[in-house]
Design a protein around this ligand. Structure first.
Ligand code: GUN
Length: 300
């Protein structure tokens, strides 16, 4: 292996230490203790682990972490009521609904029994939307005047900045067009004034996806490749330009292993730098969620 490993765990720890200081200073000045409430619907094991990790991370930096649990068969109106109460509660600064919501159909097989995720997310007060999923917050990002930054894209850019891997003028290929990662990171890397300064923006960005023709041909042009497609080890070593930087956002369970969207061993022979899975992007996502929660509490 020749690639440098980009250590997301260590970077996230540095950021969490900064956040803990920020929270201490805020509370010492008489500010209210920041509070993040996670809404967890059903008993999906992966979602439970994610919520537990977020809760623990909150407590470690002095943020109050609360969890509202609802059964998998909760109705959409019960969920909307809960969101309404959290919106109105001045002691709650950040709200997140853990995704995905349970898939379900009624006894007649009618999928309309499913909860409308969009409607639920739209009900969150944009000033408490620490995931930055609401259309208002997405619009503000696209106009380069963000209120909250989406957690995973922000974490990726902070990681690039920590390792001094600038993107200005470079070719970036993002694989995956999700609302959570692909679309916002493409937008943020193409921006003029990046969240970590212009050196970590101003890229020439291609937003590719699972239906792109000649995908390997496209990825081979990337100086920076961001894999966020959700397909285990889809991106092979020979899809990568020698000397490229590879950011693997994927977290896929294969048997009892967690793997990314990139075939790590192969890619690490070709790339100059690469994120591991786990221990790459994942820890940064939570760190940036904490940052947004402090911003929501302090109005900064
Ligand atoms: N599920 C997977 N990633 C995320 C995320 O970033 N936010 C929320 N709320 N749910 C998720």
């Amino acid at each position: 292996m020749t690639a440098q490993i980009l250590d997301g765990k260590a970077t996230a720890k540095e950021i969490r230490d900064e956040i803990a200081d920020e929270v201490r200073r805020w509370v010492d000045r008489g500010g209210a203790k920041p509070c993040l409430t996670a809404v967890l619907v059903g008993d999906d094991p992966a979602s439970q682990v994610y919520v537990r990790n977020k809760h623990r991370a909150c407590e470690q930096v002095g943020i109050a972490g609360k969890v509202e649990r609802l059964p998998a068969d909760a109705t959409e109106s019960q969920l909307l009521d809960l969101i309404g109460r959290l919106n109105a509660d001045p002691t709650v600064h950040g709200i997140l609904v853990q995704l995905p919501l349970p898939q379900r159909t009624d006894q007649a097989g009618d999928e309309s029994a499913a909860i409308d995720t969009r409607r639920l997310l739209d009900a969150i007060d944009p000033a408490k939307d620490v995931d930055a999923f609401s259309p208002v917050n997405v619009g503000l990002i696209s106009q380069e005047r963000p209120r909250f930054l989406p957690c995973t894209p922000h974490g990726v850019i902070r990681l690039l900045a920590r390792y001094r891997l600038p993107t200005a003028g470079r070719r970036v290929v993002v694989v995956g067009r999700s609302d959570i990662v692909g679309k916002p990171i493409a937008m943020m890397l193409a921006a003029k004034n990046g969240v970590c300064g212009p050196d970590y923006a101003n890229a020439t960005v291609t937003l590719a996806h699972s239906r792109s023709a000649d995908l390997a041909e496209i990825t081979r042009q990337a100086d920076l490749l961001v894999a966020a497609v959700g397909r285990p080890e889809m991106i092979r070593g020979d899809w990568i330009k020698p000397g490229a930087v590879v950011i693997d956002v994927g977290i896929n369970r294969v048997g009892d292993r967690l793997v990314g969207d990139v075939a790590f061993e192969e890619a690490a022979e070709v790339a100059a730098a690469i994120t591991p899975v786990p221990g790459g992007v994942g820890p940064l996502t939570i760190a940036m969620l904490l940052k947004n929660t402090v911003a929501a509490a302090s109005g900064s």
